[in-house]
Design a protein around this ligand. Structure first.
Ligand SMILES: [Zn+2]
Length: 67
């Protein structure tokens, strides 16, 4: 058989894809970031959604001691 191999290797992730971080209830900063993320998604600005997730993860880690 000479069928070319078209299957590509899995992409290398520079950051582990964790899905979207959750906000902590009662935290205004979490809420603010979540609102920014929701607004960005509502206008289709997915790079801004991604940025908001990075900001939120950093805040969760530094502000709430999350992993
Ligand atoms: Zn928070």
């Amino acid at each position: 058989m000479s069928t070319p191999k078209t299957t590509m290797a899995d992409p290398v992730h520079l950051t582990v894809p964790l899905g979207e971080p959750d906000t902590m209830a009662g935290c205004g900063e979490c809420l603010g970031i979540a609102v920014t993320r929701a607004n960005a998604r509502s206008v289709g600005d997915y790079s801004k959604v991604s940025d908001a997730n990075v900001v939120l993860r950093t805040h969760l880690r530094e502000g709430h001691g999350a992993e």
